[in-house]
Write a protein that binds this ligand. Sequence first.
Ligand code: SF4
Length: 485
Amino acid sequence: MVASGIPATGNPSLEFDASLVRKLIQLGPRYTSYPTADSFSDAFSYRDYLQTVVGLRTRGGMWPLSLYVHIPFCESVCHYCSCNKVVTRDRSKAATYLSYLKHEIEMQGNLFAGMNQIEKLHIGGGTPTYLNDAQMGELMAHLRRHFRFASDFDGEYAIEVDPRTVTVERIHALRKQGFNRISIGVQDFDPDVQQAVNRIQSEQDTLNIIRAAREACFRSVSIDLIYGLPKQNVITMAQTLNKVINASPDRIAVYNYVHRPNMFKPQRRIDEDDLPSLDARLNMFSLCIRRLTDAGYVYIGMDHFAKPSDDLAIAQRQGRLHRNFQGYSSHAEHNLVAFGVSGISAVAATYSENAKTLDEYYERIEQNELPIVTGVKLSMDDLLRRIIIQMLMCNFELSIDSIELAYPITFKTYFAAELDKLHELEDNGLVTVDDEWISVTPKGRLLIRNVCMVFDRYLNTACEAKTGGASAKTETRPLRYTKKI
Ligand code: SF4
């Protein structure tokens, strides 16, 4: 039996309606970008990127930059993994990678010389702490040589940490190296679940790492959980949630596991008989919402919860929450520069993606070229839809006036087809639409991607081409977007 129609008591603006979620939940983009990365094309090249940066300089692009660095290595493979990673115990590969990464940082540093103030850095993977202490120090020193970092107080410097790869001392070292936010992969504390996904990490070690992060004065400690894993049930989930809530992280992300063994090889090692049923998954989802909101966490959107005192919750209250490739952010950013294999940069009105394999990444850098292999230049329509999706994802509402003021359109005419689709969602209780506002209801917040997909021209065009414009949308991207350590 699935729990139904549960108002999340700690957060009256969120309501879990099991029958609605069951009816409407679908695979769809997570909108960490718009257009999503599957729309990028190899017609966009390194030269397009150079022109974009030159254009930025001509317009006097003095806004702060954000940086992302991808470290792809992992020591062993988690069976649920859908990330771009390289599983190896050969540590010399990290040293080789670091030398190429440094060259790429140097090239980007030269391009952005004079407009290189950094307020945000995120190091993700793979497993960033696959780099040892000295290598991480070398990477940070190199970044600081080529970019000007804002003070610890003014900047957000985050790293993803796999507790299996670090000691308490390493956590303190990371803080000294300049990181002030930490995201810790837990997924589930239950030993049978850990066994089934090949990710054994002792509860005590993980709790020690969380405690060490607090002692080292990280400004924000974030925990990642997953529901829907093999051997998981509502009881194991409740036990994991209790332990996580007791550890009191500032942010908790609860991702839905999507089983797609055809797309992600490691998932073929999962015994499908061990996967929870849809009812069990919905019960776990509902339990997560209830337990976390009862414990005082605020639902930020798309799997993310935060304490009301955390920057994300404050930014949401103040209407300045932002979404990028790393998820939600309290800083709106003008330009994001990504380093490393498969990194995606967002500079001016473009996205550009680095080579996805180490060989190709190394080859491009050896030719003294940035390793950009695909990307896209955003049209006015893309920019317009991007801001609409961003507002809905972050604020759960959209002021039609604000769009008409910023863009030369009449909303009702330009988005006539989209408004028709929104009225269908309105009939299902997900949104309310009037002449001035599109507002996502408490029930609709858990299905926010359904609302955003209405404005996704690429998705709708693809479906119309396939179906003559008549049916439900299909999806080509994994439900979970990379980041899971
Ligand atoms: S889930 Fe994270 S740690 Fe596990 S294999 Fe994937 S990238 Fe590596």
